[in-house]
Design a protein around this ligand. Structure first.
Ligand code: V47
Ligand code: SF4
Length: 398
């Protein structure tokens, strides 16, 4: 049965309302759905229908291609001046001496550790502290680029940039231009959380607002540069708040076209001030991924961040609209292990990532941060390389 036949079969079921059938028809015809239609879809569609529609779009855009990259993270500090209730970092300010605050030299050493490895990206994100200011980060980016010019620097979010530019008394436009000149290549999607002020003020009251987050991305896009976007879902927000968030992203994307990837981030409840809020189910996770794929018709990619979801659930999302599962990461992020993810030491070899994708019948494609294809692994077999702890990929000889 083709995907469209499957959707038609699901729509024929007597429990599917006329309005839901109409919305599904729009999705199949490539038409944009409104926020009101989005709410009906979220409330009425079961996981089977939502997933089939999202998969239809995913396959129309990318076929079976499933992207990953080879990257590592640097988290400059796990202490933060802000007090986001969902974050396992924010409590650290009270016991700052137990946390870490890396110096410039320590961070450069981390970059050098990867000198002989084929990574294409360093992802830098962490807490916000006064010593990490304009001078610090522009010097850090310059030094990384001097050392390894082709390494893509994907760093910091509007949360840091708003704080840094305010302290330096410069506008967002001036600040982002300085960052670009220093070597920043792209911006990750963090810090977005939930834009709706009713929820944002309860969970992330003191950092940049939703409007400021969007304004900084807009300035960055105006420089011809790319970025990602996230949502933190599955806590005290409802479907309307999620749709409001996605709607603002879709509108900005219509204006600039600068977003590459959307990454829904599942709220994890360990060791933070919202530990009393239960985590949502895997069914709810899959619905959120599928809904994002359907609603954000002007985003090329939807990514599942496996260190947060766990690798089995990340694998499942590939049938629910997701076409990207981030990177090898090499155990260099602590955000999610601290917040309760089942991935306590997130690291996957290229072989593991490729197999994860193959096991669900998709095509593994290594990409760089801007989605240029580095290697198509469809016909690649692996041989253990005894020289080092990794694996070498060898093309199959026909
Ligand atoms: O902004 C913090 C989230 C984000 C928790 O752009 C939490 O490629 C769940 O944005 N439960 C930072 N989430 C990470 C991020 C990211 C990750 C991977 C790839 C990309 C990309 C971006 O982590 C924060 C916040 O939303 N976060 N605490 C928690 N308890
Ligand atoms: Fe700080 Fe970011 Fe955590 Fe908020 S989410 S407390 S800004 S590290």
């Amino acid at each position: 049965m083709t995907t469209t036949e499957n959707i038609e079969r699901l729509l024929a079921h007597h429990t599917v309302s006329a309005s839901l059938r109409n919305i599904a028809g729009k999705v199949l015809n490539g038409q944009r759905i409104t926020p009101e239609e989005g709410l009906t879809l979220f409330q009425e569609a079961d996981l089977g229908l939502m997933g089939a529609l999202a998969n239809f779009i995913r396959e129309k855009k990318h076929g079976d291609n499933t992207y990953f990259n080879r990257n590592f993270h640097i988290e400059p500090t796990n202490v933060c001046v802000y007090d986001c209730k969902f974050c396992s970092y924010s409590r650290m300010i009270k016991k700052r001496e137990e946390g870490w605050e890396y110096t410039m030299d320590e961070m450069l050493e981390m970059v050098k550790k990867y000198d002989d490895q084929p990574v294409t990206e360093v992802h830098i994100v962490g807490g916000v502290l006064p010593q990490y200011d304009l001078e610090f980060y522009t010097s850090l980016f310059r030094k990384i680029k001097e050392h390894r010019p082709e390494l893509h620097v994907k760093a910091l979010t509007p949360v840091e940039y708003h704080y840094i530019f305010k302290k330096a008394k410069i506008s967002y436009a001036e600040g982002m231009k300085l960052m670009k000149e220093a070597g920043l290549d792209s911006m990750p999607g963090g810090g977005a959380e939930i834009f709706h002020p009713d929820i944002r003020k309860q969970i992330a009251a003191d950092k940049c607002t939703g409007e400021q987050w969007l304004a900084i991305h807009e300035e960055w896009h105006k420089l011809g540069m790319r970025s990602n976007a996230t949502i933190l879902y599955g806590h005290i927000e409802n479907y309307e708040h999620r749709i409001h968030h996605l709607e603002l992203l879709r509108q900005l994307q219509d204006r600039t076209g600068g977003f590459q990837t959307f990454i829904p981030l599942k709220f994890r409840n360990k060791d933070n001030q919202m530990s009393n809020v239960p985590e949502v189910s895997t069914v709810e996770d899959l619905k959120m991924y599928a809904f994002s794929r359907i609603y954000l018709d002007n985003f090329d990619h939807v990514k599942a961040y496996w260190p947060m979801l766990g690798r089995n659930n990340a694998q499942l999302t590939l049938a629910y609209g997701v076409d990207d599962i981030d990177g090898t990461i090499d155990d260099t992020t602590k955000i999610y292990s601290m917040a309760g993810s089942e991935e306590q030491h997130p690291a996957m070899s290229t072989r593991d990532l490729v197999n994860l994708i193959r096991q669900v019948g998709r095509k593994p494609i290594e990409r760089d941060t801007l989605y240029n294809v580095v290697m198509d692994y469809t016909d690649v077999v692996f041989e253990e390389d005894e020289q080092n702890r990794g694996y070498t990929a060898l093309p199959v000889l026909n």
